[in-house]
Design a protein around this ligand. Structure first.
Ligand SMILES: Nc1ncnc2c1ncn2[C@@H]1O[C@H](COP(=O)(O)OP(=O)(O)O)[C@@H](O)[C@H]1O
Ligand SMILES: Cc1ncc(COP(=O)(O)OP(=O)(O)O)c(N)n1
Length: 261
C-alpha cells in the first residue's frame, strides 16, 4: 500500500487538520501517517484553544516516521510557527521527501489564526520552493504575493506570481469568492488549467482545504501525474461538500467518505 504523510495540526472536531487528512488518505486506499504540529480544541463553531508542539517534538516525530516508513507523498497543513517550518524544511531535505503538497494554512474560516505572521517569510522562502504543488486559497495567495485585486479573473496572474516563489506547480483555490462557479487555477509554469464546479450553497465547508490537499497527495502517491491528481481531487472535494455531514451545530465538515472513479 502506498504511504502518505501528513504534517499538520489536530482538529478535535474531526473535520479539518490531521483527522480530515487521515480519513481522506484512507478513502483513497493509501496508508496515512501523521506528524502533529499542534493540538487544537476545535469544533464546528471555531477554535477554542491551541497548544503548539515544540520544535523538538516535531523533529522526533519526523525522525520516527521517516527512518521507518516509505512515503510516496506528503502534505503540510497547519505549521503554526517559524520553528516548526524550519524543522519541516530541514527534515524534508535530509530525507528527500518527494511529492510534497504544501497547503499554506494561515487562518481558519472561523477567523482563528493558525500561523504566526512572523513565519510567513520562512514559509515563502524555505518551504514553498521544496513543494511539488502549493494550494493557497485566495486570502493566502494574497498574503504570499501581496496581490491586492479582488476579482477572480485575475487568478492566472496570481498563480503566475505564486509560481515565482519556486514550487513545481500552483493551485489557487477560489472557494471563498462570490462567483457562481467555484473556480481553482492550476499553473505549472507551462500550462494553465481552470478547474470549475458549480458553487454549492452551504456553510458546511469545514476542512475543504485540508481534504483537497490530502486528496492531491494521495493521488500523487498512487502514481497519477500532477494535473490528473488535481482533477481527481477537485471532483472528490465537490462531491464531499455536496454530501457534507451534519455532526455539529456550526459549520459542518465535508464528507470524507465519498467515492470518485
Ligand atoms: N461552496 C463551494 N462549492 C463548491 N466548491 C467549493 C465551495 N467552497 C469551496 N469549494 C472548493 O473547495 C476547495 C477548497 O477551497 P477553499 O474552501 O477555498 O479552501 P480553504 O479551505 O483552504 O479555504 C476548492 O476546490 C474550492 O473551489
Ligand atoms: C488543525 C487545523 N488545521 C487546518 C484548519 C483549516 O482548515 P481548512 O481546510 O483550510 O479550512 P476551514 O476548515 O478553516 O474552512 C483547521 N481549521 N484546523
Amino acid at each position: 500500500m502506498k504511504q502518505v504523510l501528513t504534517i499538520a495540526g489536530s482538529d478535535s472536531g474531526g473535520g479539518a487538520g490531521i483527522q480530515a487528512d487521515l480519513k481522506t488518505m484512507t478513502n483513497f486506499a493509501t496508508y496515512g501517517a501523521s506528524v502533529i504540529t499542534a493540538v487544537t480544541a476545535q469544533n464546528t463553531l471555531g477554535v477554542q484553544g491551541v497548544r503548539v508542539m515544540s520544535r523538538n517534538v516535531v523533529a522526533r516525530q519526523l525522525d520516527s516516521v521517516l527512518t521507518d516508513l516509505s512515503f510516496s507523498a506528503a502534505k503540510t497543513g497547519m505549521l503554526a510557527n517559524q520553528d516548526i517550518i524550519e524543522v519541516v524544511v530541514e527534515k524534508t531535505q535530509e530525507y528527500q521527501l518527494k511529492n510534497l503538497v504544501v497547503d499554506p494554512v494561515m487562518v481558519a474560516t472561523s477567523g482563528d489564526v493558525l500561523l504566526e505572521e512572523e513565519a510567513i517569510s520562512s514559509l515563502k522562502e524555505q518551504l514553498i520552493p521544496l513543494a511539488k504543488i502549493i494550494t493557497p486559497n485566495l486570502k493566502e495567495a494574497k498574503v504570499l504575493t501581496g496581490y491586492e485585486k479582488e476579482a477572480t479573473i485575475e487568478l492566472k496572474e496570481i498563480a503566475q506570481e505564486l509560481f515565482q516563489l519556486g514550487p513545481e506547480a500552483v493551485l489557487v483555490k477560489g472557494g471563498h469568492s462570490q462567483a457562481e462557479q467555484a473556480v481553482d487555477m492550476f499553473y505549472d509554469g507551462t500550462q494553465y488549467h481552470e478547474l470549475s464546479a458549480p458553487r454549492i450553497d452551504t456553510n458546511d465547508t469545514h476542512g475543504t482545504g485540508c481534504t483537497l490537499s490530502s486528496a492531491i497527495a494521495s493521488n500523487l502517491a498512487l502514481g497519477y501525474d500532477l494535473l490528473t491528481a488535481v482533477k481527481r481531487s477537485k471532483e472528490f472535494i465537490t462531491k464531499a461538500i455536496k454530501e457534507g455531514v451534519k455532526v455539529g451545530t456550526g459549520n459542518n465538515p465535508v464528507n470524507h467518505l465519498v467515492k470518485v472513479n
